[in-house]
Design a protein around this ligand. Structure first.
Ligand code: PMP
Length: 344
């Protein structure tokens, strides 16, 4: 087996894959996503509104930035070799971005995922060569059927494992501090007054907000949490009250614990949006702006609408839209799914 692995790596694996693994990934398709004007909403609310289209990244989400950044840090620290297995617990997007880059480097990738995640995301992961382990969304942290506990267990038991740990790895936030933040600043010519974004691990909004507040401390940052998550209550009280948690369907947004990458000190408000409100905004975005984006982008749009009334007329509101609608064809964009969940 060891001999086969050596022959495979030296002779069968393309030199490009080996080069990526040894000197780092430089994928020109990642980042520099468009910032588009939301014409319908800007005119209805008489305030400038823009969407940062993270679905324009190669795996159609903001997580390509994080995966590239964290893997390059690991390569730089000598933590990735030909026998490495990249392991992560993911709502699908980080997993897919990691699976793609692991594939490019010719190394293994295992993703643990909750059973509530859209079926399209699970099949996309398998297509990128990842091993997918489906865990119960209801299992608590003490159970091996919990997706994070499972990933931690695999990371401890598999030799040469590299555990990404996006909730606690500070490079998640740093990836956005170094890319999404500067891009939004440049694309608005420094005119941004309000930043709206969802919080899951917290990396996207915390990193972007940190950069923008350094450029202009007056910028207001509005975090959008999911109804059913504990993050908003923690922000308001600094107490983790698990009795506030309930089940919901929105992938990637909200938590039942407090990830270190949710940097509350950069947020001026935390709103909560329900599954159904986010869904309606997705449909509206599709009709009014011809934009096909995912469930959490609908939550961001809902947040932008809620705060628009409170803002000065000269406001320039930017929402970070995390991913693409095609990932939800078997969930919120399926009539059967909507019926099953009682949305219609
Ligand atoms: N939306 C979706 C679809 C996601 O997958 C995630 C990632 N968990 C988020 C929003 C939130 O992003 P972050 O983890 O950077 O807070």
């Amino acid at each position: 087996m060891a001999l086969f692995s050596l022959i495979y790596d030296r002779f069968l694996l393309s030199s490009k894959k080996r080069k990526f693994r040894e000197s780092g990934i430089k994928d020109r398709e990642i980042g520099n996503t468009p910032l588009i004007r939301l014409f319908h909403y800007s005119s209805s609310y008489s305030r400038l509104m823009y969407a940062k289209m993270e679905c324009e990244n190669p795996t159609r989400s903001a997580k390509d930035r994080v995966a590239q950044y964290i893997l390059n840090k690991a390569i730089g620290a000598g933590r990735i070799n030909k026998d490495t297995t990249v392991i992560e617990a993911s709502s699908g997007n980080t997993g897919l971005a990691l699976a793609r880059l692991s594939n490019k480097m010719g190394i293994k990738c295992i993703i643990t995922i909750k059973d509530k995640v859209s079926a399209t995301k699970i099949s996309d992961l398998k297509q990128q060569g990842a091993k997918v382990i489906i865990c119960s969304a209801k299992a608590d942290r003490s159970s091996l059927d919990n997706y994070i506990t499972k990933a931690e267990h695999l990371a401890e038991t598999i030799e040469d494992a590299f555990y990404v740990n996006q909730n606690y790895n500070p490079y998640n936030t740093e990836a956005h501090y170094n890319s999404t933040g500067p891009e939004i600043w440049d694309q608005t010519g420094g005119a941004i007054t309000h930043l709206v974004g969802t919080i899951g691990t917290g990396g996207t909004l915390s990193g972007t907000a940190k950069y923008l507040k350094e450029m202009n401390p007056e910028i207001q940052v509005i975090a959008v949490d999911a109804k059913g998550s504990v993050l908003q209550h923690f922000y308001q009280t600094r107490e983790l009250d698990k009795s506030k948690a309930s089940s919901y369907n929105m992938d990637g947004v909200g938590k039942k614990f407090i990830p270190a990458n949710v940097r509350f000190e950069y947020f001026d408000q935390v709103l909560q949006v329900s599954d159904i409100e986010a869904y309606h905004s997705c449909v509206e975005l599709n009709h009014e702006e011809s934009i096909f984006v995912g469930h959490s982008s609908g939550a961001v749009m809902e947040g932008m609408k809620q705060i628009a009334h409170e803002c000065d007329r000269k406001a320039c509101i930017v929402g970070i839209f995390p991913d693409h609608g095609s990932k939800y064809e078997k969930s919120i964009f399926s009539n059967q799914w909507l019926e099953d969940k009682g949305f219609i």
